[in-house]
Design a protein around this ligand. Sequence first.
Ligand SMILES: Nc1nc2c(ncn2[C@@H]2O[C@H](COP(=O)(O)OP(=O)(O)OP(=O)(O)O)[C@@H](O)[C@H]2O)c(=O)[nH]1
Ligand SMILES: [Mg+2]
Length: 368
Amino acid sequence: MSTLVLVGRTGNGKSSTGNSILGSRAFTPRSSTAQSVEETPAKASNGNITVVDGSGIGDTGVELMGGIDAAIGNSEQALSLSERIITAFILIIKYGVRFTKQEKDAIDMIKSLFGDDVFRRWGVVLMTHGDNFEMDTEDEAITFDDWCREQTGDIKTLFESCNYRCVLFNNKTSDADKKQKQLNILLDKVIPLKNSPYTVRNYQDASVNREKLRLRDKVPAIERKTKSFVDEVRNELDSARGSLDEKIRYFEQLVAKVEDHIGQLQETDLGTGLLQSALNELRMLKLNINSKLNNANHERDAELYKREINGRRSRPDAFPQAVDVREMGGQPVFSPQFLRRGLVFIITVSAVLFFYFLFSRYQATAKA
Ligand SMILES: Nc1nc2c(ncn2[C@@H]2O[C@H](COP(=O)(O)OP(=O)(O)OP(=O)(O)O)[C@@H](O)[C@H]2O)c(=O)[nH]1
Ligand SMILES: [Mg+2]
């Protein structure tokens, strides 16, 4: 029994390939003009082959209907339809179309859903529109295998990653032999993978990938929310009123609020670095508030000091203030001792001069 899950971008030919594998019209391919027919995975079997048409698994960008949550839901459904054992993931891409960034994004998306090594261990690249290949190589003797080996760039990387398990399908052919031959080539590539199929365990191992995918989806919204939080706090910061003490308390509350926000974002980031720019904005804001807080603290210290000095000057016992001045490294100029000693000095000098004057008058009178 083999279970094949067909994944790839919308319109690449998943449903048509499913029908070619099963030899019936089990799935409804879209008409060339219409939009996707199936929007969620569907399953059909024939004999010992089960095919899960993984509709919606591999869509990205504008094709991603219902967002990441829907894509993850589709991957869960594909796993449960497969009865939790998948023999191979068949990546459907179109032959003859440039391998674009969208194709690469689709591959990354499938890796995020099922695990980084999903193609390396269980992947087969199936190129539809084999009829175009036949037309393109009509005049050349080149096999599809040779063509694959000649490729360069991103598509080469893809082929290498699944060890050149590549198959070409023409879903439009009515040639029964051709149909059987291409199916046999596919099954030959799939059979060796049966030894170690993809299980629920592998799906669980990829849960971190899926969480990161969810996070990536939320980044723009988180950044928007952070920006409005930062703007709001900046406004509050600029319009802070009240006494210095009140302002300081307020700034401290804001710092705590921003730190709280940073902690939450760091947890949400899951070490991916996806929220780095939002985190940087918050860190800048924190620096900003801290610098205002420091200024306010200095201002308050200066004010307290001034108030203390003024308070002491205005008291009757203001002189002892001089002691404080000395404590600060200065010298007291008019301390009480200084004044007392000065007074004694002046009185003593005046007394000496007075007695000297009396003495000289006495001598002058005596001579006369
Ligand atoms: N010429 C040619 N057309 C193909 C081939 N395979 C698929 N198509 C056409 O490609 C279109 C899309 O094929 P679908 O099988 O509906 O593709 P899908 O991946 O199931 O698309 P969604 O279900 O919308 O995701 C249809 O018109 C098919 O007829 C092929 O091998 N050759
Ligand atoms: Mg389809």
